[in-house]
Design a binder for this molecule. Structure first.
Ligand code: BG6
Length: 485
């Protein structure tokens, strides 16, 4: 196989390419993780020359790479950056691209095509790559990275998959979910399966409930045009939150190979109990932050939810009866992603405690961001009492063990994996469709003309009161386990 590789970025002038992809590639280059014989070719609509791309890329790296760039490293990297001004829908642009690639590659080379464009272009780009024979694997591998959102519901995801499969086989397709690229998300499987202390109790016999929170402080960030059409469930649940749930709930695999891992994750999605249209009201809560409808770019009378909380059950032996509560929203009090595993209370307490004593159960929290680590809450005896107890926290922080800069950007890892051909952290087509099939009834219920009024929540709050009531109905509260909680 050729050791020469070209990375082609469609939409190279856009936000994603400039904030994440170019700085990520530069970092990989600096760490010598890329073969020396590589080049990056960007294609977008702007009438730029190579020099314009280089100047913009330098600014992006200075702003987003998180360290000072050495000039000689930069010069070497800049010499590998090329630009083509083109139209994603015009076959002629693909002929120009093909000629430029042949000129730059000077022989056999691998190619990674990265679709960092709005989703409306995915099919056009892939069809045109097919028409201009750019995905045949005669002279090196050909892979295509597809950004999210992958469809907007089950039917559209199915159609997208079938159109893409006309040109590419599944092994060539790398569907991105950047949450899987996060170091702490990858650590979920290590925590579960590289230790023997957790797995025996990781089931319905010991776990009372699981709570997954992915909260953001930010609002729309100039993305109204995209966000107002999708809302929080399509934006965060179908992909990120359900991936987290799958990692917590899946069975161990025999190997760490992409398809073995993905098979087990798919089994989880298949086992999640479907919430029928008529039960959505009791199992799921949505909300919109106050002031959202006045934000620039949202449609008049918008009903787009910016917050949701959903209760899922998994119908298998390990998880029967254990509720999984998922919540995510914008304009929350803080940015935090964490997974709380709430254990059951001891079956009997032998200690002489007052009758109404509130005894806490153990809680393991996987802190994904920003306080990356793991917290374990357990009970200890208060000194100089007969047997009064208090909860204390055993904490592990990445920064203490590995240093504060040890955690790479998710995109860096994902780019490298796509280049080395490891698809473990990418979404397989069947998973994508199944996850849509699971959430479609929720979207349909909320988007139906008979949907109950959309609750409004205050900015800086944890969502509408209905989200608390969802758990209160099960005599529970939302838990926080990272930071100082
Ligand atoms: C993206 C969503 O996939 O994830 C955004 O489109 C969201 O709306 C973002 O802000 C959150 O990612 P992170 O890595 O900041 O938690």
């Amino acid at each position: 196989m050729s050791e020469s590789t070209t990375i082609i970025i469609f939409g190279v002038s856009g936000d994603l390419a400039q904030r994440k992809l170019i700085p990520g590639l530069f970092n990989l280059f600096q760490k010598k993780k890329l073969e020396s014989n590589f080049r990056i070719v960007g294609l977008a609509g702007r009438p730029w020359q190579d020099e314009d791309l280089r100047a913009t890329a330098r600014k992006s790296i200075d702003s987003f790479a998180g360290f000072k760039v050495e000039n000689d490293k930069w010069n070497e990297f800049a010499g590998k950056l090329f630009y083509i001004s083109g139209d994603f829908r015009n076959e002629q642009s693909y002929n120009t691209l093909s000629e430029k690639l042949e000129f730059l590659e000077k022989g056999a080379a691998n190619r990674l095509y990265y679709l960092a464009t709005p989703p409306d272009f995915f099919i056009d780009i892939i069809e045109n790559l097919g028409k201009t024979n750019q995905v045949d694997e005669l002279e090196g591998w050909r892979r295509v990275v597809i950004e999210k959102p992958f469809g907007t519901d089950y039917e559209s995801a199915k159609k997208l998959n079938s159109e893409i499969h006309k040109v590419l086989n599944e092994e060539q397709i790398y569907r991105i979910d950047h949450y899987l690229g996060k170091e702490t998300v990858q650590n979920i499987l290590v925590a579960r399966f590289a230790n023997t202390i957790f797995e025996p109790i990781w089931n319905r016999n010991y776990i009372d409930n699981v709570q997954i929170t992915v909260a953001e402080k930010v609002g729309l960030e100039r993305r109204a045009k995209y966000y107002d059409k999708v809302g929080v469930v399509r934006d965060m649940f179908q992909n990120h939150l359900l991936q987290l749930l799958s990692l917590i709930a899946m069975e161990p695999t025999a190997s760490y190979k992409a398809n073995d891992l993905r098979d087990e994750k798919v089994k989880v999605i298949k086992s999640i109990r479907r919430i029928p249209f008529e039960k959505v009201e009791s199992e799921a809560v949505r909300g919109q932050y106050r002031g959202y409808s006045q934000e620039e770019g949202v449609s008049e009378g918008t009903q787009t939810p910016t917050f949701a909380a959903i209760r899922f059950y998994i119908d298998n032996w390990r998880w029967q009866g254990v509720p999984f509560y998922l919540r995510s929203g914008k304009r929350m009090p803080e940015k935090v992603s964490e997974i709380v595993i709430q254990f059951k209370k001891p079956p009997h307490l032998m200690f002489p405690l007052p009758e109404e004593y509130e005894f806490s159960a153990n809680r393991l929290t996987l802190c994904l961001q920003p306080d990356e680590g793991i917290h374990l809450k357990f009970e200890t005896k208060v000194p100089d009492t007969i047997a009064e107890t208090r909860s204390v926290d055993l904490e592990y922080h990445y920064r203490d063990v590995f240093g504060k800069d040890a955690i790479p950007e998710a995109y860096e890892r994902l780019l490298l994996d796509a280049i080395t051909g490891d698809a473990s952290l990418f979404t397989r087509g069947d998973r994508s469709e199944l996850a849509w099939e699971l959430i479609d009834p929720i979207l349909q219920a909320w988007e139906s003309p008979n949907a109950p009024p959309l609750p409004i929540y205050e900015q800086g709050s944890w969502g509408p009161i209905e989200a608390d009531m969802l758990l209160a109905g099960d005599s529970l509260k939302w838990q926080r386990g990272c930071g100082n909680h």
